[in-house]
Design a protein around this ligand. Sequence first.
Ligand code: PSU
Ligand code: MN
Length: 303
Amino acid sequence: MREHLHVSPEVAAALRAGRPVVALESTLITHGLPHPANVETALAMEAAVRAGGAVPATIAVLAGRITVGLTRADIDRLGSLPAGRVRKCSRRDLPIAVARGDDGATTVAGTMIVAQLAGIQVFATGGIGGVHRGAPFDVSADLLELGRTPVAVVCSGAKSILDLPLTHEVLETQGVPVIGLGTDTLPAFYSQSSGLPVDVRVESPAEAAHIIAAARRLGAQHGLLVTVPVPDAEALPAEKMEDAIRRATDEATATNIHGKAVTPFVLARVAELTCGESRRANIALLVNNARVAAEIAVALAKE
Ligand code: PSU
Ligand code: MN
């Protein structure tokens, strides 16, 4: 599969020289945020990675080509396509998108697979997929990928549109170390805490990098989760989100939405019901996580 990757010259040069690189996903561009906030946020994340001293590598499938390091024009195009035109690519979707020459946006799972093939060890996003509320058999492929692909995912936990206690259990079953950067508990995306304990609290990106390096030295074949709470000023109280989440998940069930459509539906509905207030928190944590991931990648390059 490696020979089917199209790596941008800048990313390829950085990887060859052992310089820090941070992978970024594309489902948040096509299915997570509306236009033009999606394009602005993707570019702000790339800028934050650069400010942190690393090279950004946004990953997507472009007309069947698995691409590592999108250009600004690629991000603009992907972000402007009408919803539904871009295939949401988790593990099972990658071969389909490649064979058909489709445009595909990689999820956390899809991005981890490509990052690992390209030799990128650190990946920043907002929230991972998890176990859905009221549908405990709907376990995101993200959780299984974390159990089988050695990439460190920097995120703000998972949204409370999910069943967070069950999500936490599956991470344990899959053998995924959950690191809290400046936190004792798993963050809950918009809110700083889910109340669920992390495996270890670290105080700096360098300390997180030290654990990632230990996993590499041990030959660990699984991923790690580095969780970073949403910045203080942008955090929203959990109760405030709860009504909207309950309504959105009930609507998804009532209208028979399932499979890969559930997460985009619930995300969009919650944003509507909270009048975009949640979007400010979403963007703030995405950009912050990109910067932190760069600092981790910089420290990892020195290990
Ligand atoms: N959670 C968010 N925003 C997102 C996603 C999740 O708060 O954009 C996206 C990510 O790309 C994640 C995917 O990998 O949704 C999970 O989808 P599913 O639940 O179908 O596995
Ligand atoms: Mn699912």
